[in-house]
Write a protein that binds this ligand. Structure first.
Ligand code: FE2
Length: 268
């Protein structure tokens, strides 16, 4: 953040998001994409773990919250899929490399290419629909400290292939919903405290980003991505930074650090 100009910082504070064009080179994006291609080519997902990723509350409760595959993915490299890519037996209906919504959540720790980009919890998105949400619904400290998302466009993100959309200024309204992990002795599962308002679709503005662009996302700004029905993928690499000073990582978060893989500090 030290490199932001006063006008950039002001814009981020007003809008809750900021685009920094050309933050990464095309070569860096190609390196990340090639590595994702290798990881997907070597993907081995047990049939019972072919879980579709969604932020829709009901579907989360059904497909993620009850699935240990998701809740224990914080220190592993695991795969989450788009809707409708499996038949009822869990067989792929589309080429596997076109089926992925997200790879998470510890590529930053286990893969040298992504470890070199950053060292923080991350979610590489391959490019699918993400319904309207605030990141602080899913990742939060006690008391709620600042949450910053870094969204790196590994490919051009356009109106056609599912770029980000934001409600400018919505980060000033607070967090309306919080995902809560069930106590470990009651088995895996999650629920929600509070509920999101019906955010009007005409409040969202699109943010097309050229390859190499970096989007800073305030943890409480409302944002989404549309389903990508185009013939072009929209790969992005996302990382979340949490304010640690004066806060503790909430035990209610679905994602928990492990003794083997604690969250790496940005400053040490
Ligand atoms: Fe998000």
């Amino acid at each position: 953040m030290a490199c932001l100009s006063p006008s950039q910082l002001k814009k981020f504070q007003e809008d809750g998001f900021l685009l920094l064009e050309g933050f990464f080179t095309a070569d860096e994006c190609v390196t990340m994409q090639q590595r994702i291609g290798e990881i997907v080519a070597g993907m081995d997902v047990p049939l019972h773990c072919r879980t579709e990723f969604s932020t829709q509350e009901d579907e989360q409760l059904q497909t993620q919250g009850k699935t240990d595959y998701f809740l224990s993915s914080g220190d592993k490299i695991r795969f989450f899929f788009e809707k409708g890519v499996f038949d009822e037996k869990g067989n792929f209906l589309v080429p596997p490399e076109k089926s992925i919504n997200k790879i998470g959540h510890a590529l930053h720790a286990h893969d040298p290419v992504f470890r070199s980009i950053t060292h923080s919890p991350k979610q590489p998105h391959v490019g699918g629909e993400v319904s309207p949400h605030q990141d602080a619904t899913f990742l939060y400290t006690e008391p709620l400290g600042r949450v910053l998302g870094l969204w790196i466009a590994m490919e051009d993100a356009t109106l056609e292939n599912g770029c980000l959309w934001f409600i400018p200024g919505s980060h000033t309204h607070g967090v309306s919903r919080r995902m809560i992990r069930a106590p470990s002795d009651s088995g895996p599962g999650t629920s929600f405290l509070g509920s999101d308002p019906a955010w009007a679709s005409d409040l969202f503005v699109p943010l097309p980003v050229r390859r190499g662009g970096l989007v800073l996302i305030h943890g409480e700004v409302v944002h989404k991505s549309e389903q990508n029905l185009s013939g072009h993928s929209r790969q992005a690499y996302t990382v979340h930074l949490m304010e640690a000073a004066g806060t503790v990582w909430s035990p209610g978060n679905w994602l928990q650090p492990t003794p083997e893989l604690p969250f790496p500090p940005l400053y040490s």
